[in-house]
Design a protein around this ligand. Sequence first.
Ligand code: SF4
Length: 195
Amino acid sequence: MSMKKSWKDKMWIITIVYFSIGLFNIMFAWFGMICFLAPMLMSIFGKDKAFCNSYCGRGQLFTLLGHDRRLSLNKELPSFLKSKWFRYGFLLFFMVMFVNMLFTTWAVFSGSGNLNESLKLLWTFDLPWRWANRAGESFPLWTVQFAYGFYSLMLTSLIIGLLSMLIFKPRSWCVYCPIGTATQMICKIREGERL
Ligand code: SF4
């Protein structure tokens, strides 16, 4: 029996479009804020894990590549990666990196730092990506810096997620995804459960 597909099952296309366009025009990185804020707002307003279950294109992409296309080795995720301490620690690490990115943006805004037109991959490797800056004179420099920083963060998490998908089960990234951990945390706090 074939299950009827809805537009919600095609969110993986948006993920591919987002990452592809961002490589050519960095300002599109701003749209990624939707994937960042929507799950938080949904869990705050009682939709629990609705974003993960129905709207996350990244999760769908991992299922599509790892499960449907059989690109995953399907190995079991090491238990330490599933542990509460690793998941919360990874969330904390991501938040620190996000705040660091905001500081860099602030430095450009205040004039104390220069625009860095590169993608920082895995928080370590600076990949010059000047040609994706098509903002011209139309946008303030800090918005361009934010776009570079945010896109770098998104791309880094995609790379880790893809590697997890290839080696472990297709949706392994979802076990320790900072957004997933944060929404789960919000739901638990809302329902008065222990973290
Ligand atoms: S855990 Fe992260 S990647 Fe997985 S579905 Fe949720 S938001 Fe998407």
